[in-house]
Design a protein around this ligand. Sequence first.
Ligand code: T4K
Length: 396
Amino acid sequence: MQKTTVAELAFFGGQALFNRLIHVGTPNIGSRDEVLARVAQALDARRLTNFGPQTLEFERRVSELQNAMCVSTCNATTALQIAFRALGLSGEIIVPAFTFIATVHAIEWVGATPVFCDIDPCTHTIDPAEAGRLVTARTSAIVGVHLWGHACDIAGLSTVAKRHKLSLVLDGAQAFGCSYDGQPIGSYGDATVFSFHATKIVNAFEGGAITTSNPQLAEKARLMSNFGFSDYDEVSSVGTNGKMNEASAAMGLSSLGCLSDFIAINRRNHEQYAHDLAGISGISLLCPREGSNYHYVVIEVHDECAIGRDELYQLLWSENVLARRYYYPGCHAMEPYRSLFPDVRHRLPHTERLAARVLCLPTGTSVSADDIQQICRLIGFIAEHGAEARARLRNR
Ligand code: T4K
């Protein structure tokens, strides 16, 4: 039931618009039958992990799709840590502050120092010119993040990395299925890391991968993901347990088979949001770069909007629309980084501005056209009656 008065908003005592929770990140399930059959195969074969046949098949499929070598992992955070260790990174690593915290934690975890870089306000991805200005004698790498499922400026970053002889690692956790300049996204940089977490476009319950065109790096990463074992009784490097298991690979393979359908659904949803949000004063929708997988629907709530981002967020949650403030307040404003680098926010104006304005809206296979229409009408209603809603919120 759409609202006709502000008093009907659920936050003020009305009935919630949806009688179920609508999340950002509800998993795409794909073919349930294929997943169950593949898990049964693993059980029948009693081969559950340690590079079993389904994991190897998953790696082959990823490798074909990305036109690069693939090392599967248990998640993307571990994949980032392994990639950084395998590349021998140390000292300072330049990274956007506007990303999921895992990108930065992985740098800190391997003992390097994250150097926060601002973003391009149009694409929300790392600004290569700013990255260039942050290079010092201690810099070993730049980490670009393909945020929201669209590519960062790989050409710009590659130029800076080449000029200063730095490694370029690309965090493609959100970007499986994307392309850049017509090529699969995983074929760029020294290494790209993907996530196959439940909330990602291709999911393996939990999972990750490193893709690279460098065979020595792939070999090192592979050893590191399995404790450094090079043979039954031989360990040849430091390592961790970063292996993917067979149930995850089963889910991942089934999910990969649906990738083009998932992208098409995301794209259709995005187009509908663009249509249904058009004309709402003070709200804009991020237009993804060419080659996107449309995995996130990202709006900005501008100062001209009659309602603030956080107020809109609060009102949407009461209606069971669980929009997310990714990536608020920015990695630099979370511990331990807030204490380690208390002054860094002054050189991150775009990050700070966006962290206060951005809202991600639900999309993916669990969200219908009707859901989107209702969500957009609700946002339009709140924006239109923003002054009254705001006054009521303040008086509570
Ligand atoms: N780099 C980047 C740029 C990343 O975005 C990520 C992860 C990583 C690295 C690290 O990748 P992994 O190590 O995770 O492979 C979620 C995900 O947990 C995280 O994987 C993802 N990025 C991040 C953007 O989103 P949270 O803390 O927001 O997750 P959570 O639990 O709030 O889940 C989101 C919503 O999804 C929930 O409100 C409900 C729904 N959901 C979630 C799960 C797990 C379901 O409906 N079913 C489920 O099974 O981080």
